[in-house]
Write a protein that binds this ligand. Structure first.
Ligand SMILES: [Zn+2]
Length: 114
């Protein structure tokens, strides 16, 4: 995808950085998880307001257990693995807080403890 360089996250000693399970690219810090009660295709997933070193695929409508959403898959910028998705539109009023936020699937992540 023409990514020339990656960004790196920094945390205090003892903090955790969530990284790509395949290539260890940094995505987010553990402290930045907004909600860990989400489920993805492969089980547990985490909600974030921002994730770095990813690119988004085509927007598509997806019927989820919480209703219809327009989402984009997000890919690791280094290895292109689909690691989660971004919510663009939530059609149920009580799901609107997810708009613009990101999901990362836990089984596709590893972490680095600093
Ligand atoms: Zn990767």
């Amino acid at each position: 995808m023409g990514i020339v360089y990656k960004n790196y996250l920094h945390v205090e000693s003892g903090g955790k950085i969530l990284v790509c399970n395949s290539c260890k690219t940094h995505f987010a810090t553990y402290d930045h998880i907004l909600d860990r009660r989400f489920y993805g295709q492969y089980g547990k997933a985490y909600l974030f307001s921002n994730v770095i070193n990813v690119y988004a695929g085509e927007a598509e409508d997806r019927k989820m257990r919480t209703g219809l959403h327009t989402v984009q898959d997000i890919h690791c910028a280094e290895c292109s693995t689909v690691v989660g998705w971004k919510y663009l539109v939530a059609y149920e009023t009580d799901q609107r807080y997810k708009e613009g936020r990101f999901i990362l699937e836990r089984t596709l992540l590893d972490y680095i403890q600093m």
